[in-house]
Design a protein around this ligand. Structure first.
Ligand code: NDP
Ligand code: CA
Length: 314
């Protein structure tokens, strides 16, 4: 029998009329088994026949309205399973995913967005291979416009997975990818003053330029949800990112970083609450993935409040 999954709970009941967003790099099956070299994780914990249900449990448990995923290399499985739970999805693979070079792979990995069909109507989908200095990179972004049926407001939701690994050049590259994504956003919201949510694995800690690039872009007024949790609207920011969003042990050592975020437009959305991260003790000495948790990244989940629209025409 498997040990129970790491238990996490929101501090409070889900607020009425809130929008719950789940962000998660689920760990590609091919990369996790063959590329990542998680030296403290038993291989059986990565066996797809059981791991897939732990991924599903984690996604379904929090009952989010909108789900942004990265490293998806079993989209068909997820899409079929999540359809039974009331979700429809969009998937866009990386153009040259490292997965396809792995023996016995299940195709490329990519990003996906799922939304609850009872509550949201898909108005538009745009996908893009992210460019750096006008040249395509191996990273992608999905952008959707979703109509929130209860309020009849359109919300822009995007997800991405930026280039991995450390180094000055790579942090510059991620910053350029961030700029390209912001331009892509501008080109696709057509001047609409709509709420924006950009969730993803940015592979950048909060000191990296891409993090400031996103937060300081005057066009959108974006901030990071976990950082803003508990901050009064309009107050000087004093909040902090969580101490980690990924915590793993590879051959080269332990890696504990904050690199996943849910960015949102502050003039349209308020953070009501966020899902806390498990403690080091809950995670255990071998870190993740493990039998207790199926990915090396933890999921982020945020309850947003839709602020009254300043635009009377909306
Ligand atoms: P990235 O550098 O963005 O990384 C790809 C994946 O590797 C990510 O999902 C990332 O996970 C994971 N990763 C990060 N750090 C490590 C690590 N230390 N050890 C193992 N895996 C890690 O890759 P690109 O999409 O830009 O693709 C380029 C890569 O693809 C090349 O580095 C190459 O390895 C591979 N490739 C191989 C080819 C071949 O012929 N074998 C051909 C083309 C590409 P996370 O984001 O969670 O950190
Ligand atoms: Ca990974």
């Amino acid at each position: 029998a498997l040990p129970p999954r790491i238990e996490r709970n929101f501090p409070s009941e889900r607020p009425a009329n809130s929008i719950r967003v789940l962000q998660w790099n689920i760990l590609s099956q091919s990369l996790g088994e063959h590329n990542d070299n998680f030296v403290c994780c038993p291989l059986e914990a990565l066996d797809w026949r059981t791991r897939r249900y732990r991924i599903l449990e984690e996604i379904v448990e929090f009952n989010a309205d909108i789900i942004c995923l990265q490293e998806v290399d079993h989209y068909q499985f997820l899409s079929r399973a999540l359809r039974t739970q009331g979700y429809e999805g969009i998937y866009f693979p990386k153009p040259d995913s490292p997965c396809i070079y792995i023996k016995g792979n299940n195709g490329p990995d990519g990003c996906a967005i799922f939304y609850r069909v009872n509550d949201y109507e898909l108005i538009k989908v745009e996908t893009r291979i992210v460019e750096v200095w006008r040249v395509q990179s191996n990273q992608v972004v999905i952008l959707t416009m979703l109509r929130h049926k209860a309020t009849d407001r359109e919300i822009c939701v995007a997800t991405t997975h930026l280039k991995a690994r450390q180094g000055a050049l790579l942090s510059t590259l991620r910053n350029e990818q961030g700029k390209d994504i912001l331009d892509f956003l501008e080109n696709n919201i057509d001047g609409a003053d709509c709420p924006i949510i950009i969730a993803g694995d940015f592979n950048a800690d909060p000191t990296e330029p891409v993090y400031s690039t996103i937060r300081s872009d005057p066009r959108f007024g974006l901030d990071s949800a976990y950082r803003c949790d508990g901050i009064v609207q309009g107050a000087e920011d004093a909040g902090q990112e969580p101490p980690y969003t990924t915590w793993k042990v590879r051959g080269e050592g332990e890696c504990c970083q904050t690199i996943d975020y849910v960015f949102f437009s502050r003039r349209h959305l308020g953070v009501k609450q966020v899902l806390p991260f498990p403690t080091g003790e809950q995670i255990g000495p071998n870190r993740v993935p493990s039998f207790q948790y199926p990915s090396d990244h933890f999921s982020l989940a945020v309850d947003f409040d839709l602020l009254p629209s300043s635009d009377a025409s909306q």
